[in-house]
Structures are given as C-alpha cells and as structure tokens.
Design a protein around this ligand. Sequence first.
Ligand code: SF4
Length: 368
Amino acid sequence: MTAITVDATHHTRIGDIGQRVLGGGQITRDEATWLFQLETSADVLDLLSWANRIREHFKGNKIHLCSIVNAKAGACSENCSFCAQSAFHQTGAPKYGFVEPEPVVAAAEEARQNQVTAVGLVAAWKGLNEGPMLDEVCDRIRELKAGGKTRPDASLGLIKKQEVADRLKAAGLECYGHNLESSRRFFPQTCTTHTFDDRLETIGYLKKAGIKICSGGIIGMGETRADRCELAFELKAIGAHVVPINILNPIPGTPFEKIAPLPVLEILKTIACFRFILPRQEIMIAGGRTVNLRDAQSMVFMAGASALMVGNYLTTLNQPVEKDLQMIKDLGLDPNWDRHDFSDQAEASACGGGGGATETEGALVTTK
Ligand code: SF4
C-alpha cells in the first residue's frame, strides 16, 4: 500500500495560514490562490482539517438549515445557462404563476417539523418592481412572519429601486438570496440578459434597507480555480452573511447539459478555501450536493460548511430531510439554530475587522 506522503512545506504553510485565520487574521489573495492549487489528497485533507477547526471556532457545532418554495415557476425571461426555468431552454420544467398562501403555509409547517431555520420564496423572473406583484409578495412574507414557524427569506431577482427593498423589509423580510453566481470575469458565460453589476446594484439596495444578504454561486460550470477564488473575495467585499455553494447539476436542454462534473476532492477543497476566506459566514451547501458528492456528502462539514439546503430543490429532488438530519446528528453537529441570530457574521468582516445567504436549479437563496 502506498503511504500518503504529506508535503512538509505545504503542511507548514497550510497550518500557518490556518492559525492566522483562527486568530482572527485574514488570508491574502496570493495565499488563497495557492490553496486553490493544492492537488494531492494528502494536502487537501490537511486543508480540510484546518477548515474544520475554523468552522468550529467561529460557528460552533450549529448547522443552519434552509428550504425553499418555488413561488413562481418557469418561463423566466433570463437566459442563465445552468437554469431549467429559463424560457430560452427546452427543459420541460413546470410553469405556474405566483403562489397562493396555502403552499407557503404548508412549507412553513414542514420547516418547523424539520428544524429548518428559514423558508425562502423563490420566483423564476427577472426581478421585482413596484406594483400588484410586490403587494402579493409582501403579503406572503407577512403571512410567513406571522406564522412564526420559520424565518421568512426570499429570492426574487433583480431590484432596481430602493423603495422595493424598503417595502420587503417593512413586510418582515430578514434575508434575501441573490447570488453573484461566479467571478465578474466568468459571469457573462453564465448569463447575457443581465450583468454582474445588475446583481451588485440589487445587493446595494437590499443592504441599504437593512436586509441580510445571502449570496454565493455555482461551481463546476467551466470556470477556473481563479474564478472561484475571485468569487469568494467578491462575496467578502459585499459582506454576504450566508454564502450558498451550488455544484452544477447539468440539466438536459440547458447550454451546460454536457459539462463534466468536478472531482469530489476539488469540490471539498473549494468549500474549505471559502471557509478560509469567509471564516465567520454561514457557508451553505445547496444545489447539486447529492448528485456530485454522493457518499462524501458528510465531508462538507469537515470542509467548513455550516449550513445545508434541505428538502427538494426548485425543479429537482433532494435526498429526504430525515437523512440529512441523521447525517448531521451522526457527526455530533446540531441543526437547532436560533433563526434570528446573525450576530456573529459579516458585520465584522464587512468592516474588514476580525474576519475575523440558486439550485443550480436549487434553493432559495441560490439563484435569484
Ligand atoms: S437563474 Fe433565475 S434569473 Fe436566471 S433563468 Fe433561472 S430563474 Fe431566471
């Protein structure tokens, strides 16, 4: 049997960076770029052991669970290359208008039963403007809030006016999902009907309204390691509170249907690098988890993940919630989490202190 040899210099360098981040220090871009280039399983498992310590130090043993409601399905005017719900792609995805209260109330009850922290209303459209639809959305948010069973979140596309964000806040919205999806360099290869700056503008209005930001992206779309690294630093710069990492689940009929999957070690390494760059954030594993990680799913927590998207995704199935809850408990982790407590997150890193939230067709917080 060939012994796994740990490269001593790599081991020391990973440890030095890990120790600094544990102590509230920051990783540099050069160091992050170097971590993304690690190749051997020995080095990657070494990296994971530090990412796990950083997760435990800043997040304890709590695991934040989220689920979603597909509140308006299909026929989206945007052409995101990974998305089953785009009107540009023939995927056979369901199509229906904005939901009545009942499915939302049912989702909240299911969430309460499954210890799920937040339920997010997700809509397959370009964005939200003032008018009757905004009134309806605010009604659904108020109903979720009044139910008191789960935190009302939403992922409703681009926002072009401050008043829209202020209305959502006034209705009781606490967190808005709006992914940057990938680096600024790679974004145009994922979507050409709106821009990376459109998404930054939306996040600006939300932050000004006092709404927490859930923003991450999708890996495995053909982007480079440098793109993934750049995305993590962009998410740090915008002060994202929750960072969903989706792993592309190629949907037949979309332009990305033939993309080869990322190796499991590359996925776990990416999660760990995100934990080094975003030590205080909720790093959530969302869409594409089961199909890409298979039996290695539970290693996402060792890689630094502190949150999980549970329940079915927007247009595809996830594994049963009970199986996820058992996986979390088997590792001595705790899915019980105070859904209103963002206290230990981005504020610190947003102001540069300490450093010391899209299913590829997935969850709430993942694609809008
Ligand atoms: S990801 Fe969102 S904006 Fe893009 S096509 Fe899908 S539903 Fe539309």
